[in-house]
Design a protein around this ligand. Structure first.
Ligand code: PRT
Ligand code: ZN
Length: 226
């Protein structure tokens, strides 16, 4: 029934680069979660919160569709989904509650070590492989460059060697993956961190109160880590 207050639903990455830090953030905010079982939903024992553990790619949509109230996701995935939804005329509303201090990386253009590169114009007429076609497409448009974009969900870094692309646009943190594949980072097109987002139409008083209780804790934890 609509009058009954629902538990706050928070989406987090089930397993991957953001899961350990997301869990640690929840723990340091006092949430007691039993994550032993490999379940989709974990109930928080001491608060009216459920944690949904999903693929990171599903998190923006779950929040934008109002299926989850909060979510922790990389800005790269969030922005890519927003751009895609704008093109598809789907809802893409959300509020960023906090930019977090983990999950940092950059989305960069990389070319084979020996290839010449003199700015974005060097990409004219080339084929670029990426997992982020909308972010790359926006960049190419801004630069006035016509290039072919090939979408790969994985193994983007091997595309040039495999003859699938002339260049790639992929996430980089240390640069070791690019180096191991004979590639050179030439332009950063987007800088990303993990963010805590909230759905736009959240009106339940109890849920809003809970969020108002959590936010100072998150701010406190982040200040202590500075
Ligand atoms: O299974 P699921 O779909 O949930 O996970 P996933 O495999 O899609 O994502 P995951 O866990 O790899 O990354 C989750 C988020 O972490 C990304 O969306 C980014 O916001 C953030 N992040 C931070 C990174 C990196 N750093 C990163 N280095 N995501 C991916 N990488 C990859 C990159 O794609 C490349 O293959 O690591 C490699 C490069 O790393 P370096 O250190 O060699 O430069
Ligand atoms: Zn993913």
């Amino acid at each position: 029934p609509a009058t009954e207050s629902k538990r706050l639903r928070i989406a987090m990455q089930k397993s991957g680069r953001l899961s350990v830090d997301s869990q640690a953030l929840f723990a340091s905010c006092g949430l007691k979660i039993n994550l032993r079982e490999q379940r989709l939903i974990a109930h928080v024992e001491n608060m009216d919160i459920d944690i949904l553990r999903v693929r990171d790619d599903d998190i923006p949509g779950l929040v934008m569709d109002g299926v989850c109230d909060l979510g922790i996701v990389g800005e790269n995935v969030l922005e890519e989904e927003s751009l895609q939804r704008q093109l598809d005329n789907h809802s893409f509303d959300y509020t960023v509650l906090k930019r977090l201090d983990f999950g940092g990386c950059r989305l960069s253009i990389a070319v084979p070590q020996e290839d010449e590169y003199q700015g974005a114009a060097s990409l004219e007429g080339k084929t670029i492989a990426t997992t982020y076609p909308r972010l790359l497409g926006r960049y190419l448009k801004q630069q006035g460059v016509n290039a072919r974009v090939v979408t790969l969900k994985g193994s983007v870094e091997v595309a040039p060697r495999a003859g699938l692309a002339d260049a790639i646009c992929d996430l980089v943190s240390t640069g070791a993956t690019l180096e191991a594949n004979g590639l050179r980072e030439v332009d950063v097109i987007y800088r990303s961190k993990a963010v805590l987002i909230q759905r736009k139409d959240l009106t339940d008083n109890k849920q809003l109160k809970l969020i108002n209780k959590l936010m100072p804790r998150i701010n406190g934890v982040m200040q202590a880590n500075e």
